[in-house]
Design a binder for this molecule. Sequence first.
Ligand SMILES: C[S@@+](CC[C@H](N)C(=O)[O-])C[C@H]1O[C@@H](n2cnc3c(N)ncnc32)[C@H](O)[C@@H]1O
Length: 164
Amino acid sequence: MSRLDSFLRRLQAQRDCLNWAVDMVAKVPGPLFELGLGNGRTYDHLRSICPDREIFVFERSVSAHPDCVPDAAHLFEGLIDDTLDAVQDRFAASVSMAHVDLGSGHPDIDTKTAATVSARLPALMAPGGVIISDQELNLPEAEALPLPAGVQERRYFMYRWPQA
Ligand SMILES: C[S@@+](CC[C@H](N)C(=O)[O-])C[C@H]1O[C@@H](n2cnc3c(N)ncnc32)[C@H](O)[C@@H]1O
């Protein structure tokens, strides 16, 4: 497979997982979290497929095109450890869907980031909420979900938070 084919497959898998997760949480109230704004591609997709839902974005340092940057009330800029810690009370048990896309391509860094997120997301998730992640997370309380048809194993990871 060419690198172009592989890149296209990765993006297609990401879009399929996002669409599937949004469908799964259609009846779960609460905001969506986008962890990792990057160039804003997946944030833009999320806001286009669920225009009526509130989306909060977390990013170390914003460099996306201005069209793809949320307003200040929906953006938490800084290291994910600090920003997720800062919102624990405000969003406790209320997040319907979290998309974790913080991968750097460096396994040692990504393992640490996954541990950071795994420690902080559980208290934020609403019952029945869904987490989709580019890295495997350590969420023993959550149900690991199968990926949508056609998405290669371990390309993405999906979890559902238990009902209360
Ligand atoms: C793969 S990119 C996100 C791509 C984005 N979802 C898109 O579709 O354009 C990862 C982003 O996560 C951010 N990031 C990585 N580690 C972070 C951390 N520890 N705290 C906050 N942001 C982080 C990076 O700055 C980068 O913008």
